[in-house]
Design a protein around this ligand. Sequence first.
Ligand code: 5RP
Length: 234
Amino acid sequence: MKDVEEAKREAASVALDLVRPGMRLGLGSGSTAAHFVALLGVRVAQGLDVLCVPSSESTRAQAAALAIPLATLDDVVELDLTIDGADEFDPKLRLIKGGGGALLREKIVAAASRRMVVIADSSKAVQTLGRFPLPVEVERFGFETTRRHIMREAEAAGCKGTIDLRRKADIFVTDGGNYILDCAFGTIPEPEELAARLNAIPGVVEHGLFIGLAQAVIVAGPKGIEVHGSLAYV
Ligand code: 5RP
């Protein structure tokens, strides 16, 4: 049986076929995206010409170590393609992201891209989003008040559960210097409504619901590769 890392690498290698010389690429974050960056590094060493914008400091460090040419979104305002992982995706290609805490830059990079293609192993497929706790990035100032506000708005959107401040050894701080609240709702019946309510809360910097951003998801599972959505150029 295929192991999960092998599946992630397989999905990443299919995504690599979408890359053309001269492209400006967004690089996602997390272990699946790291497989893509590693494979891209091999192509760059063989002479592939691309310019990449990383979505986190850890991806920046990995890409720099592989001598992948890097830029910021201030240098390159529009990207051709972003390849990123996800914590969950549903049949409408709505995503939960932010398990690694990079959701803010990931969303900015995805929104700056003509196409976002997600790479995942089959464990990330769900019928209804919410099994994975939804990460919400919040301003440190008043985060407890923001947490209560999120709880009220989530309940109004049909979501109930616990909301916990993310900790590693200490409180987790994002690349942008903010905190993450992990919202364990179990199911999110109306992702669009929840997203709209979260967007309106002062103190919420960004949330991990990615709606209308992914054009396709490349999934590697026991039966091989499946593509949800379209890989066609738009
Ligand atoms: C990081 C992310 C990652 O894409 C997501 O957590 C998936 O990670 P992995 O590929 O390691 O399962 O959103 O913020």
